[in-house]
Design a protein around this ligand. Sequence first.
Ligand code: NI
Length: 226
Amino acid sequence: MLLSIPDVLSLDDVRNVRTLLDQGVWRDGRATAGGQAIHAKQNEQLRTDSDAAQAAQEQVLQALQRSALFFSAALPNRIFPPQFNRYSGDTNTYGDHVDGAVMHTARTGDKVRSDVSCTLFLTDPADYEGGELVIQDTYGTQRVKLPAGHMVLYPSTSVHRVEPVTLGARVSCFFWVQSMVRSDEQRRLLFDMDMNLLRLRQQGENPMTVGLTGTYHNLLRMWAEV
Ligand code: NI
């Protein structure tokens, strides 16, 4: 399932995060790339060992906590600490690749299985050219370029790339989620059910909404690993 989530960050939040990122230290993105990705990856990535970078990470994590849509779609068990990248000048693209299956955090060495990949856009699309996130999967090829503060979420099993940025700079946040529900198909069923239940409940609770909400939770209970 590929899903866009609008307004994860307000424009004020985006400005705050961008100010923090400007205080951080950027380095060649290949420093954190694995075997296959190292040939494809030509961007810059923020070092996350500064106070400013950690404040930016915290701001993104807090925004995720507030997003009911993110919770429903990703059913997060563990979230990899948000990372930040920049595409501009000579380091402006990331060719086709699949994200590694298990991510290790730099600070603690904790492992997070990548079930869901997320990109939170932090640049107004009018400020750069190119830089589309192109995601290929069974649902076809999707080209994603969202307003600042909006996020796309997609299965980590997908081949994807970032097209060259030919003008300006594209700054984004990205991270992975280990979901309580490992299967994309099961997550999608739960998400569809949750969204429809939400609409149904707006007409008032009744024995059917109570029963169906029970079914949702019983499916989640059957499939979730926590
Ligand atoms: Ni990737």
